[in-house]
Design a protein around this ligand. Structure first.
Ligand code: MF3
Ligand code: CO
Length: 256
């Protein structure tokens, strides 16, 4: 069942989302060579608590941190560690979920540490464009796979691969709700979108082959071939008109 959120639920998700968006801006100045991913995680967790939010990753399926921080060929679920130190040229993806008064928002942003390879800039830009384009389809009357097909088309046209084994998802009281939102597929299929649905849309894309695997720590997901992986994510409210991006501050706009 896909839950339609009422005004009060939406207000809580908006508060969670805007707080996370602010935190992702504030974390930027920390992201320099020499900092560990555990220090980044601690900073974000502290901010989450300051905003009166609950870090939802912590305790989820036994996960111990507020964020997932994935580098370079890491796609998702990188575990923050004091042994993982950022260096110049790193491509960093920070994924964070937090709730306000029981309602979640989920977002991922990427960051470049000093000068990164031109191919990293290109894959990041394609992931962002795929997300922004897909979000515009989160409109009442469209179907879930319209979002999927849009991501796949943009990513493949640009010569990158879409990961098959992870997907976006509905979100609300729970981090993962129905429907599942794959990043590939034919348009016009799956549930019809209705105003009040809230979706976490998250293109996960690769430079080479789209196969990924979970590492020995049980969480970290990397590309099998060692190619760069990109991931970006927003929590979006479906409306009858332009979707509302709950994880962006109101003055920001969708590009493209
Ligand atoms: N944001 C991730 C997702 O959409 C959740 C991270 S998994 C966790 O699946 F265990 F860290 F919570
Ligand atoms: Co998600």
């Amino acid at each position: 069942m896909i839950v339609i959120k009422n005004k009060s639920a939406i207000e809580k998700m908006r508060k969670a989302g805007h707080s996370l968006a602010q935190i992702m801006q504030d974390v930027r100045y920390l992201l320099k060579p020499g900092i560990s991913t555990l220090e980044i995680d601690s900073f974000i967790e502290k901010k989450i608590l300051e905003f009166g939010l609950k870090p939802e990753c912590k305790g989820y399926a036994g996960y111990k941190h507020a964020t997932c921080i994935s580098l370079n060929d890491g796609l998702v679920h990188g575990i923050p560690s004091d042994k993982v130190i950022l260096k110049s040229g790193d491509f960093v993806k920070i994924d964070v979920v937090a709730s306000y008064a029981g309602y979640c928002a989920d977002m991922t942003r990427y960051f470049f540490i000093e000068n990164v390879d031109i191919e990293i800039k290109r894959i990041a830009q394609v992931a962002q464009f795929a997300l922004d384009s897909a979000i515009k389809l989160a409109v009442e009357g469209n179907r879930i796979s319209d979002i999927s097909a849009c991501v796949q088309k943009i990513v493949e046209e640009n010569g990158f691969g879409v990961v098959r084994s992870f997907a976006g998802h509905g979100i609300g009281r729970n981090l993962h709700e129905e429907p599942e939102i794959p990043n590939f597929g034919k348009p016009g299929l799956g549930p019809v979108l209705r105003s009040g649905m809230t979706l976490a849309i998250e293109p996960m894309i690769t430079q080479g082959g789209f196969d990924v695997r979970v590492m020995a720590d049980g969480w970290t997901v990397k590309t099998v071939d060692g190619g760069i992986a990109a991931h970006v994510e927003d929590t979006v409210l479906v409306t009858t008109g332009m979707p509302e991006i709950l994880t962006r501050l109101p003055d920001s706009v969708v590009e493209g």
